[in-house]
Design a protein around this ligand. Structure first.
Ligand SMILES: Cc1cc2nc3c(=O)[nH]c(=O)nc-3n(C[C@H](O)[C@H](O)[C@H](O)COP(=O)(O)O)c2cc1C
Length: 437
């Protein structure tokens, strides 16, 4: 996901909150992912963290004084071709100014001149955060299409415990990646919006995507989720194996979203080239039998199990302990394959500690009937159907289109769009279904 940041111009606004020191780490994460970061500080922020640090990290002058701009960077110039404006930390004061449309310093003036997506990460004392004035200001921002990253609960610098702690730099970084991915996916899906010079327009009111999806972490909180992803590898001999085309992208996207939504996520993954999603515990396995063992060691504590891996149906009965040599006098060899355990069915048929069980049906024909038959045979709560005969969706592609069924019939149909967005829609539906049970 973080590839979305490559060569993107990000304005990082730093205001006078105690969390300003964490913005250095955030700045570094953005730069490491390939972004071109310009920092804009309020005068109050410079009392808490030095501008020289940001200048050394970004290689650009830090913009602070609006009247100094003539020789360096103008607020309009800075805003003009930005891809995203991120204010982290955002003080109560600056949030109020943004809500009121003020332009009394370099940061607020640049923000007002920006047309790109704006993200704010509030950070303040709990009472300041809960104050109706701040809450009203934050609602104004949300209604205007600004992404507000709800602060975490925890011990605050002032010593009290409550909401107001700025999200950690890694979390903000993930949110930024997700916002960019979703904006790009949304715009690709709505070509009429156009992409002028590949710049991303800010969401218009009403907000279309992630805004509401990113904000409430509550949907997944308190739920333990196991997700299997990727292909399996079934050994033939020490150097050869049987595998399949699964990239793992769908399962990883589900794991990332489930973690965003606050769930405790264990991702049991076959071999893939993907990065572990932030905040997710990953267990690596190769074969179907190893995957089953890993699932069984977590399943008794899980509330939800999602079988997204493309598990090999068969494995070699007797893998050779040494490399099988080609023989001149043999035109063929025979491998005897035996059935692998059906992982999601094993979980679905558990007599005790059975989590809410969700399977995927990757079909090439007779789609709905095959999916419904699998739902019953494997004793699943939900089945997610995708058409893997269509090259533009499913295996190895970045997009998907799915239908979801329960015992009573079709629950949802999510049109072709990025796997990230599909993952959000699926996870929301699963969490809501589990909570309503
Ligand atoms: C040490 C210190 C830490 C502060 N931390 C915060 C904070 O975390 N959040 C906040 O809203 N204000 C905080 N303030 C108050 C702001 O700095 C003050 O409201 C200032 O006017 C904000 O200006 P700015 O929004 O232009 O950066 C802090 C002040 C001090 C002296």
């Amino acid at each position: 996901m973080d590839t979305q940041l490559k060569n993107r111009k990000i304005i990082l606004g730093v205001t006078g909150g105690i969390a300003a020191y964490k913005s250095c780490t955030l700045c570094r994460l953005l730069i490491k992912a390939g972004a071109d970061v310009y920092v804009c500080m309020t005068p109050a922020a410079t009392k808490l963290v030095g501008k020289d640090t940001f200048e050394a990290l970004t290689g650009h002058k830090v913009a602070i004084d609006i009247f100094d701009e003539a020789k360096d960077i103008s607020h309009v110039g800075l805003a003009k071709d930005a891809d995203l404006f991120l204010v982290a930390p955002a003080t109560a004061n600056t949030i109020a100014k943004i809500a009121g449309g003020f332009a009394d310093n370099m940061l607020t003036a640049t923000l007002l001149a920006s047309t790109c997506p704006v993200v704010v990460a509030p950070a303040m004392n709990t009472n300041m955060y809960n104050n109706i004035a701040t809450q009203t200001n934050l609602s104004t921002l949300v209604n205007r299409g600004i992404y507000v990253l709800t602060p975490n609960e925890g011990e605050l610098a002032c010593g009290i415990v409550g909401t107001g702690r700025m999200k950690e730099p890694e979390e903000i970084f993930s949110d930024v990646c997700s916002i960019l991915s979703n904006r790009i996916a949304y715009i690709n899906h709505h070509p009429q919006l156009g992409l002028e010079q590949e710049k991303l327009p800010a969401p218009q009111k009403p907000l279309e995507l992630t805004q509401t999806r990113l904000l409430p972490k509550s949907l997944g909180v308190g739920l333990k989720v196991i997700i299997t992803a990727g292909p399996t590898e079934e050994q033939i001999d020490p150097v050869r194996y049987i595998s399949n085309n699964s990239s793992g992208k769908m399962g990883y996207a589900l794991a990332q979203v489930a973690a965003y939504l606050g769930a405790d996520v264990t991702l049991i993954s076959g071999p893939t080239n993907l990065q572990t999603p932030f905040g997710v515990k990953r267990i690596d396995v190769k074969s179907a039998v190893q995957m089953l063992h890993a699932v069984e060691s977590y399943v008794t504590q899980a509330d939800i199990m999602i079988g997204c891996a493309a598990v090999a149906d068969y494995r070699v009965e007797n893998p050779s302990p040494i490399k099988i040599k080609k023989k001149d006098d043999e035109d063929s060899i025979t491998l005897k394959l035996i059935k692998n355990p059906d992982i999601v069915a094993t979980v679905g048929h558990r007599q005790s500690h059975r989590p809410f069980t969700v399977g995927f049906a990757a079909e090439t024909n007779n789609f709905e009937q095959n999916a419904k038959d699998k739902l019953v045979k494997k004793n699943l709560d939900l089945i997610i159907l995708n058409d893997v005969s269509n090259k533009s969706i499913g295996f190895n592609s970045d997009e998907n289109e799915v239908k979801i069924f329960d015992r009573d019939g079709q629950l949802a149909h999510f049109d072709k769009q990025s796997k990230q967005v599909i993952a959000q829609l699926i996870m929301e539906l699963i969490f809501k279904t589990v909570r309503n049970k």
